[in-house]
Write a protein that binds this ligand. Structure first.
Ligand SMILES: Nc1nc2c(c(=O)[nH]1)N[C@@H](CN(C=O)c1ccc(C(=O)N[C@@H](CCC(=O)O)C(=O)O)cc1)CN2
Length: 299
């Protein structure tokens, strides 16, 4: 029987841990975690994600601040806002929603966030810490951190010696995911658009992570029997069967075929997606706990 991994349930358990630890932190040290989310422009999907982050932050008992800037905001103004948030002691986590409009250099903006408030884990300092195994003081990007938690729920914490194949080499998902699996003593291969015989490589994976952004690219017969399949893709495709102009969400994995072979698999929606926001709450709590000199809970 294939285990369909319910990310909503695991995400809720992470949020519950954050909620409790936040109440303790406020009661014992008078420190309320503060999360500032910055959105530039009106991308509809980004607006939905930012609003969910704000709601979840309030649910956790955080101070939740949203900065909504018009699409034509200049880079200098955005950098000034980040400098102000870096200096604001009530804010422990700063997140700039991506993508940013084309006229803004995302890299420059991300690197302007103080590493100790970079709850997205995208700054060079946090990327470097993850790459060198300095996990205790790093922030790990939310989607790979959440994916790792799902893998551990299915396979336990000891992943030593397992073959992991990560399809996709983005800075936000593929590379940090590979580093996390490597830190867990997996034998890791990162595949990408130039990889030869991808189906054969995928079939070697005990843990297969798909993060390519191509709808249903990974087919059922690419999956080794019993493998754990983590589908990070969120792709909206036309669904004329549901009516004219309708769409539906699919992952990077062809779910029907892959779930026949897999031992466990994440669905889309409802798999990795909810973990992204839950881990953002966890990272913000960790940041506030570090600021207060308190040991944060383990996730
Ligand atoms: N600064 C950042 N920007 C972006 C990130 C990020 O981690 N940091 N990730 C994505 C968007 N994202 C959060 O920001 C995100 C994406 C998807 C989900 C989610 O819960 N998806 C649901 C489906 C939602 C739907 O119906 O459309 C699911 O998979 O079940 C949460 C957060 C890019 N930008």
């Amino acid at each position: 029987m294939t285990d369909i991994i319910d990310g909503k349930i695991v995400a809720e358990s992470v949020v519950e841990t954050v909620r409790r630890a936040t109440a303790d932190l406020v009661a014992s040290h008078g420190v309320q975690p503060g999360l500032a989310v910055v959105i530039v422009g009106e991308d509809p999907a980004s607006q939905v994600y930012v609003s969910s982050k704000g709601k979840k932050a309030k649910e956790c008992g955080f101070l939740s601040v949203q900065h909504t800037l018009p699409a034509e905001t200049g880079e200098a103004d955005l950098l000034k806002l980040i400098a102000d948030l870096n200096a604001d002691d009530t804010i422990h986590g700063i997140l700039v929603q991506l993508p940013l409009p084309d006229h803004i250099d995302s890299g420059k903006v991300i690197q302007a966030i103080a590493p100790e408030k970079d709850v997205d884990g995208f700054s060079f300092v946090n990327v470097g810490k993850l790459g060198t195994g300095e996990m205790d003081s790093a922030f790990v990007p939310c989607t790979p951190a959440g994916s790792m938690l799902l893998i551990e729920r299915v396979r336990g914490k000891d992943l030593s010696g397992l073959n992991a194949v990560v399809i996709g080499r983005s800075n936000i998902v593929g590379k940090p995911m590979a580093n996390l699996l490597l830190a867990a003593n997996c034998t890791v291969t990162v595949a990408h658009s130039r990889t030869r015989d991808l189906p054969a490589l995928a079939r070697t994976a005990d843990i297969l992570v798909a993060a390519v952004g191509r709808p249903e690219m990974i087919k059922g017969d690419w999956v080794k029997p019993g493998a754990t399949v983590i589908d990070v893709g969120i792709n909206r495709i036309p669904a004329p069967e549901n009516g004219e102009g309708k769409t539906r969400l699919v992952g990077d994995v062809e779910f029907a075929g892959a779930s026949e072979a897999a031992g466990a698999i994440t669905p889309v929606p409802g798999g990795v997606g909810p973990m992204t926001i839950a881990m953002l709450m966890a990272n913000t709590l960790v940041s506030a706990s570090r600021a207060a000199g308190v040991e944060p809970p383990a996730f």
